[in-house]
Design a protein. Sequence first.
Length: 402
Amino acid sequence: MSDSLPNYPFDRSATLEPPHEWAELQAGCPVAHVRLPSGDTARLLTRYDDVRTVLTDSRFRRGGGDAARVSTTKDGGIFARAGEGTDMREGEGHMRWRRLLSRSFTIKRMEAWRPRVQVMADELVDELVKWGSPANLSAGLGLPLPVRVICALVGAPSADQDKFARWSQVMLTLTRYSQAEVEEAYREFDAYVSALVDERRADPGDDLLSELTQISDSEDGRLSHQELIATVRALLLAGHETTSNMIAVMAAMLLSERERYQAVIDDPELIQGTVEEVLRLDTTLSVIGFPRVATEDADLDGSVVPAGATVIPCRPAANRDPRRFGEPERFDPRRANAAQHLSFGAGAHYCLGQPLARLELQVVLGTLVRRLPTLRLRDGVEDLRLRKGLLSGGLEDVWVTW
């Protein structure tokens, strides 16, 4: 059977539009067999309710070494390695980790970062304006802003942002990097964070890593050294790579149909709703997401997923399910249920950093419409290109003019 399976991720005819297979599978085959880049097979889920079930139901756990390999590297990709050497992946160990981290990512604490993020965004837009139009929005704003934020959050020197960007790309390889390059990135990253932990232990500052180090050094030893490294790695990948990509995607999505951008200029109250619709409608990020493995036979839409099978809950497809969102292809910043999208996951693994990601996107959009009201794509939407070979997806350079 596997010889005739479709390859996933699917190709698409338009960069910002979903592959036609998503809607077709939603309508007729919501639990579909596909072949991953590694050559392994999995079951792809495209309906909202099925995807949410898999994300929230304890019968489906995050994939480990026995899951289908995703990437072409020997280790099968970051999902097989996430949290290795710790008990952070699932169950009580994961909940313990979340309880320790959640206090640092409340909406209130993240809102306190808004002025700092605003200063960073204004500085980067100042640089764009200084260098003049046209400009690469991905390189000038999308990449550096989240890296600066995450460096400030964990207490890493901002001068090291290029290292962070390199390590995150290699760790998130799908087909682009070799196993040797992956191993080198992990070694370099782990050594870097270990040294940073030692520095913060000796001289704590007002940053998250210092806070976590003190937890690690408390009497009950609730965070081990390896857990600290895995935590910083998770923050780097979730807090930098995906948000960097999302800034570029947001600009492309709004400027490709410029009345969307103009609407926010005319009514800045639409910023929050616009960000939620961008998150809901994006098709370029995390099309593989976090695979799950069935721990027992489970029924999804009348199809039995056997124990041990790997499933791919496709969140971008679920976000366009007409069973959940009326006229799902329509961009509507006033959509009442837009925030029900699954872009940040659901359940026990719901993204801890989503308040910060939302804040950054809101700040970026507000800054752009205020500072660059004449912003436009330099090229046509047909010239936009997907980033390929990385699990994080996204777009290649997004050039703008004003």
